[in-house]
Ligand binder design. Structure first.
Ligand SMILES: Nc1nc2c(ncn2[C@@H]2O[C@H](COP(=O)(O)OP(=O)(O)O)[C@@H](O)[C@H]2O)c(=O)[nH]1
Ligand SMILES: [Mg+2]
Length: 325
């Protein structure tokens, strides 16, 4: 570590200039529990809030979620190879078990995937999950939001089955659920309304043949069952020779292009603020606001460009009874 540390405001300015070299320092700051660092982190986030930017950060924030072993990291390695070198990519791998090994593994996979990855324009970081829930830590949400100012693509890989996946929907513009051939469970969760509805379902390991094709049919049926277009399911193989990776990259771009970004991000900030508030103040805090529904209504009444910190403040003030409500 060098002696000259950039302040939160300086880091924010660097990200606005697309200076990708500051990404590690930005993550260190956001993950720090040191009190002075927390203040700097708040300044960083405030300087890059939609209100300060005069609009939403332009990077595409994509969440990849699915059970362990379905092939998420390998798939990301193949996708990064398609995206690079034309586009800059940050990958945040949320590892519920260990803090570092996931990122190291992911790094290996990305190197194996080869072709132009490595070096500038690409940033990979493993981050701790919130407690054991598999949910996103506040630092991950903040990291995705601020990196989207500097990088073209910000990918968050999370491990999850069923309800624990909800957290990714509070940060991503596009949520991709990855399943593997024979994975009936995840699709049953989706049909039963237990799973957050994904924007895309990817059936990985398409090279396995018939079982992959059958799971793709199941995925299409599951999407139709919840009123979505079956075309939102794709099969890919990340093993050489890869298949479906470019189609997936195109589907991701198409989803983002059709999105009302401001509305989606505002919704995510509200959901994220509520999640963070409950994590900090517990169910008791939520009761002090008047319950979840009341909290949601309160947040919905705030203007769309308010950042997470401001929204949490709104909830905290209501809980303390100091806003007269
Ligand atoms: N046959 C096949 N195996 C794959 C594919 N992608 C990943 N795998 C294997 O599945 C296992 C889990 O992959 P990984 O990417 O670590 O899954 P993650 O836990 O979801 O990130 C590894 O042994 C991979 O080699 C694929 O496209 N085809
Ligand atoms: Mg992985």
């Amino acid at each position: 570590m060098s002696g000259e540390r950039l302040s939160g405001t300086e880091l924010a300015a660097a990200l606005r200039e697309h200076d990708l070299a500051v990404a590690p320092a930005v993550l260190n700051l956001l993950e720090s529990v040191d009190e002075e660092d927390r203040e700097q982190a708040a300044e960083l986030e405030a300087a890059l809030s939609p209100r300060a930017l005069g609009g939403e950060a332009e990077g595409h924030i994509i969440g990849f979620t699915g059970a362990p072993g379905v092939g998420k990291s390998t798939l990301l390695g193949a996708l990064v190879a398609v995206w690079r070198p034309a586009r800059t990519v940050a990958v945040l791998a949320v590892d519920p078990s260990s803090k570092r090994s996931g990122g190291a593994l992911l790094g290996d996979r990305l190197r194996i995937a080869g072709s132009g990855v490595g070096g500038e324009g690409r940033f990979i970081r493993s981050m701790a999950a919130r407690e054991r829930s598999g949910g996103l830590a506040p630092a991950t949400r903040a990291a995705a939001q601020v990196l989207a100012v500097a990088f073209d693509l910000v990918v968050v890989e999370t491990v999850g089955v069923g309800q624990s996946e909800t957290a990714i929907g509070n940060v991503a513009d596009t949520v991709v659920v990855v399943v593997q051939p024979g994975a009936g469970d995840a699709l049953q969760f989706l049909k039963a309304g237990l799973l957050e509805i994904p924007d895309l379902i990817v059936v990985a390991k398409a090279d396995l043949g018939a079982p992959a094709r059958a799971t793709l049919q199941d995925a299409r049926a599951a999407l139709r069952a919840v009123g979505l277009d079956g075309d939102g399911a794709l099969a890919v193989s990340a093993l050489a020779p890869t298949s479906g990776i470019e189609e997936l990259a195109a589907a991701l771009d198409a989803h983002r292009a059709a999105l009302d970004l401001g509305a989606r991000r505002a919704e995510n900030r509200r959901g994220g603020a509520l999640e963070d508030f409950v994590s900090e103040f517990g169910e008791r805090g939520l009761r002090a606001v008047g319950g979840r529904r009341e909290a949601e209504l309160l947040l919905a009444g705030e203007s769309a460009d308010r950042d997470g910190a401001a929204l949490i403040e709104v909830l905290a003030r209501r809980a303390a009874g100091s806003d007269g409500g």
